[in-house]
Design a protein around this ligand. Sequence first.
Ligand code: NAD
Length: 357
Amino acid sequence: MNALHSTIRHSAVFDHPEMDDHENVVFVRDRDTGLSAIIAVHDTTLGPALGGCRVWPYGNPFDALTDALRLSRGMTYKNALAGLDLGGGKAVIIADPRKDKTAGMMEAFGRHVDRLSGTYITAEDVGVSPQDMEAVARQTKHVRGTSATGLGDPSPYTALGVFEGIRASVRHVFGTDNLEGRTVSVQGLGHVGFDVACRLHEAGAGLIVSDIHAPAVLRAVEAFGAATADPAQAHMVEADIFVPCALGAGLNATTVPQIQARIVAGAANNQLQTPGDGVALKKRGILYAPDYAINAGGVISIALATPGGDDALVREKTIAIGDTLAAIFERASAEETTPEAIADAMAEERLAQSAKD
Ligand code: NAD
């Protein structure tokens, strides 16, 4: 290794704990609009790197880099496992979405996305609205989820995939995917959670619902005749299935020992606080549907929507999430490991196969 290579390897960026084999990490600034952003392209083996743009008031650039590196890697795995011919990437803009974000800033971001010549395709994430993406789309065609390219809100597709994933989980544990008479605790009744609750209700499941936003709970009680739980205790109630659709890290050293359900299968991102929490679930005999496998319906809809086209392909690929999960569960049982370890292995196998072809 020459001196320059050695210096680069031991710089703060290359030694960052979340640095994997990222192909390209771009730091962008725009003086006129105040844009400060990081675009991370993790892997383009399967195709251009698709991943959302997050606007967040990070305390320091190191935290922003951590998010960009971690989330872009996550997108590589999510897109690979969802059967998409797309790699993984992510962008973060360091700004308060309520105070700092402007159309000009989003346009400047779009110009930087355009400079990457399609190796990175951006979309909405936390802190970004459909109008923001329209501003990005004025500067680059490498954007998804705008009115010109998409099916609109991805949440109904995420909910469809979660519902199919719940059915696959129930089939694996109980030998039938009939949901009639099953009790399900749904935590978080937002865009995805309410829709999942609706599908579960229509399939004959009994619902226990919870949300920190009281009107959301009232709506579900009125629509489904649901029972309610304290949101902090949603995982503890007597139920067959626990469906986390609120925030991440809900499965941790405190909550895992308290879970009554046989299955945890929901939309929330990053549900396991640590890998050890997945192992603890397995030890307790609780089946966990890996979050990035079960909640891929949204990214499938963003990736495969065509202007003016119907959603048949999107629905087909989203419904197939149930088959992917069934394969994950079977292999995890056979290899006596966790479903999340198998999901990672399956994504890596697809990448390795594609690199060989
Ligand atoms: P949302 O903001 O519409 O809904 C989240 C709901 O959770 C809100 O009603 C909120 O009041 C509630 N909530 C927040 N904290 C809570 C708590 N401690 N206990 C109970 N309820 C709480 O979000 P969404 O789009 O429905 O997404 C839900 C989850 O699914 C998020 O983790 C998101 O990252 C993930 N996800 C969403 C999509 C999508 O297409 N929207 C795709 C993949 C993953």
